[in-house]
Design a protein. Structure first.
Length: 289
């Protein structure tokens, strides 16, 4: 079942669980996410970054839509880190049900004005909008962007931003970074800040950089308003590490139907574990009442 993000996250927010939003850039990952979601009876989101759509081409989204429509669990297709109105228009034309406009590097006023413009366009065609305030960090190797220094989301700015823009979900910076914390070590998330933001804004919050954080902190976030957790690195790492191993052991293998299954299985194990961690497991039934 294909839905928009507002409807998908409204239920999660109310029932205190987070929906995993997983980056895909080929059909293997689409299957990983949907098979995991069906096995876990969990809603899930497939998100595609502008770099990823550049890799696979616009036509790929038609396949993703068909897979999501046929899924037994609620699904949304989301633009991850759109950086311009052009990115947003391309996503809407391709059939995404949700978009992110990330103008978090712009000034506060500019972030408000570009986000407002996107909300006007997207809401006219029932596509939901996520925007970001503050900037999350970036680790080496991730192509999803972020800042060298985390700029934590300001509570009062968040309230004004949500009121003025009319967004459906807000991505907050509370200490996470994209990618793996190779040198810096795992950060401590500012859960008290998250709690304050949640009390102030009253809409579902989004946590980016969901990989490689402490499980005991992640499991606190959905108690304080986080209804969507973005996850890319941990899933991709599992997939490619297994594939690297497989190809080392079988250097003459060349058939995709021989090489892919074990990599897909490794990624699926990670995604299913995350669904448990995010408390989305067994929560698909809420959407069919
Ligand atoms: P990770 O790669 O750290 O899981 O972050 C994913 C993300 O935030 C995509 O927007
Ligand atoms: Zn992100």
């Amino acid at each position: 079942m294909l839905m928009n993000m507002k409807d998908l996250l409204g239920v999660a927010y109310k029932n205190k669980f987070a929906v995993g939003s997983f980056n895909v850039a080929n059909s293997e990952f689409v299957r990983v996410v949907i098979d995991s979601a069906e096995e876990k009876n969990a809603p899930a989101i497939i998100q595609i970054h502008p770099n990823e759509v550049e890799l696979v081409g616009d036509e790929f989204v038609a396949y993703v839509r068909e897979k999501c429509r046929n899924a037994k669990v609620p699904m949304a297709i989301h633009l991850d880190h759109g950086s311009s109105v052009n990115d947003v228009m391309r996503a809407i034309r391709n059939g995404y049900t949700s978009v992110m406009i990330d103008a978090s590097h712009a000034s506060f006023e500019d972030n408000i004005s570009i986000t407002k413009e996107v909300v006007k366009i997207a809401h006219a065609v029932n596509v939901s909008v996520e925007a970001e305030l503050g900037t999350i960090g970036s680790n080496e190797g991730s192509s999803e962007g972020g800042a060298d220094e985390i700029l934590y989301t300001d509570v009062n700015d968040a309230k004004r931003f949500v009121e003025e823009t009319g967004i459906d979900t807000l991505a907050v910076a509370i200490g996470t970074s994209h990618g793996q914390y190779k040198h810096a070590g795992k950060p401590e998330l500012k859960l008290d800040l998250l709690e304050e933001i949640n009390k102030m804004v009253g809409i579902p919050l989004v946590l980016h950089g969901g990989s490689d954080n402490k499980d005991e902190e992640i499991s606190q976030t959905y108690l304080h308003g986080v209804a969507k957790i973005n996850l890319s690195t941990d899933m991709k790492n599992a997939f490619f590490q297994e594939m690297r191993q497989f190809l080392t052991n079988q250097p003459s293998a060349y058939e995709p139907d021989v090489i892919m299954p074990s990599a897909r299985k490794a990624a699926q194990e990670v995604v299913m574990r995350k669904m448990d961690l995010f408390n989305s497991t067994n929560n698909a039934y809420h959407y069919f009442k």
